[in-house]
Design a protein around this ligand. Structure first.
Ligand SMILES: O=C(O)CCC(=O)C(=O)O
Length: 402
């Protein structure tokens, strides 16, 4: 049985160097992908052949991991703009299981004064104030017990509902308010536009929708875009850590920017078989798709972690059976908070997203970015975000910028 804590899972015989990143997927898989692009609501049930996977992640450790992740985020909110902390606390609704996150009730005398609190003091305060309600929100028992292997795709592990809602909210803030605003993290905008960043690395969602942050490099080819069009329609990807070169399908030779520590620590402590070194934030709008492809540019046969946020999608993954030559595939529906771990043979499997399932963004993310940036409220309601995290080098990244 596959296990998320084995030091290294067996990989397929072919090293990634021998796999052509430009090769097209087998026709059979492309046909399956295409048929899903044409499927209209109501969506038929996606059939999955799943078997329980043995996860040796202790539940207590996972909850502690989530609590630390949330507290770190609360500190960032508090330091940058205490209104963020207030609005975060306000929007924390009762958890699906009926366990209330009553942080409001847990703050006896309001939010402390921003200036008089060091990080240590804030963490101390937050541990005594917020930990119990956050722990209640991070109930992971049912999620761990549903971890599954996908019968026909060797090495693939599916972890439904791995990230609790509060952790998804924090992760989304970190990705789109913070990582997106770092000039070293490239986006699809950079291919055709000069990007002007908000002051002090503030969120792009603090910009006014009718203004523009993008100037076309070639005005004959690309027209100016308002922030509204850019964020609503044109943003497709952001890269973190190792900045993948999509044109040449390689990672640049120079040392990559440092991967965000809080995200790396969350992911790396759950999926201990890989070191998070590079990631792609895929941003899908309602009609977006991702064609069948393989991720073969990494020089490390380590598992790839994929986390879904927002609207659900249909995900197809397939590969050729080594002995019979038969094409095997599975179709999964990925919902907000689900994780997929592509390890072992599945690491180099063909995969793609033919469909975003409309109107499936869970309520706890629908209003994001919420009260803090009212002009952009409900931006997330029609979006799907996929965080796709990889290890680039077998021996790990050396000498990256700090
Ligand atoms: O969006 C997804 O679930 C898959 C993304 C993906 O395959 C990729 O980034 O290579």
């Amino acid at each position: 049985m596959n296990d998320l804590k084995t030091s290294k899972l067996p990989v397929q015989d072919i090293p990634s160097d021998d796999l052509d990143p430009y090769q097209a997927a087998p026709q059979e898989l492309r046909d399956v992908w295409k048929s899903w692009t044409k499927t209209k609501a109501p969506f038929p049930e996606v059939k999955q052949k799943l078997q329980p996977a043995q996860t040796t992640i202790p539940e207590g450790l996972l909850v502690e991991e989530f609590v630390t992740f949330v507290l770190e985020h609360l500190f960032t909110l508090f330091r940058n703009d205490p209104r963020g902390l207030e609005s975060f606390i306000d929007k924390c609704d009762p958890h699906e299981d009926g366990q209330a996150l009553s942080m409001e009730n847990a703050v006896p005398s309001g939010i402390p004064d921003q200036k008089s609190f060091s990080k240590e003091a804030f963490m101390h305060y937050a541990r005594s104030t917020f930990v119990q309600p956050i722990q209640a929100c991070c109930n992971v028992r049912s999620s761990l017990s549903r971890a599954s292997t996908v019968t026909r795709i060797s090495g693939l592990i599916f972890l439904p509902d791995l990230l609790p809602p509060i952790v998804q909210q924090c992760l989304l803030d970190m990705l789109l308010h913070r990582e997106f605003s770092k000039p070293e993290n490239q986006t699809n905008f950079h291919l055709n536009y000069y990007v002007s960043y908000p002051d002090n690395q503030a969120s792009f969602f603090s910009t006014l929708p009718h203004l523009s942050s993008l100037t076309p490099k070639d005005p004959a080819q690309n027209k100016p875009l308002s922030n509204r069009t850019a964020l609503d329609k044109s943003l497709h990807w952001i890269t973190l850590g190792g900045q993948y070169d999509w044109t040449n399908k390689v990672y640049p030779a120079e040392a990559p920017p440092k991967f965000a520590e809080d995200i790396a620590s969350l992911v790396g402590n759950i999926f201990t078989d890989m070191i998070p070194e590079a990631a792609i934030i895929n941003v899908y709008s309602a009609k977006d798709k991702l064609s069948m492809h393989r991720d073969v540019s990494e020089e490390a046969d380590r598992g790839l972690v994929s986390i879904s946020l927002g609207c659900s999608c249909i995900f197809i993954i397939g590969m050729q059976d080594k002995t019979t030559g038969e094409i095997l595939y599975e179709t999964l529906r990925l919902n907000s908070g689900d994780a997929v771990y592509m390890a072992g043979e599945s690491r180099y499997a063909w995969h793609g997203v033919p469909k975003i399932v409309p109107d499936t963004c869970p309520e706890y993310l629908q209003y994001w970015p919420g009260n803090l940036y009212p002009q952009w409220s409900e931006w997330m309601s029609k979006k799907r975000i996929n965080l796709n995290i990889r290890q680039m080098f077998e021996s790990g990244v050396v000498g990256h910028d700090s």
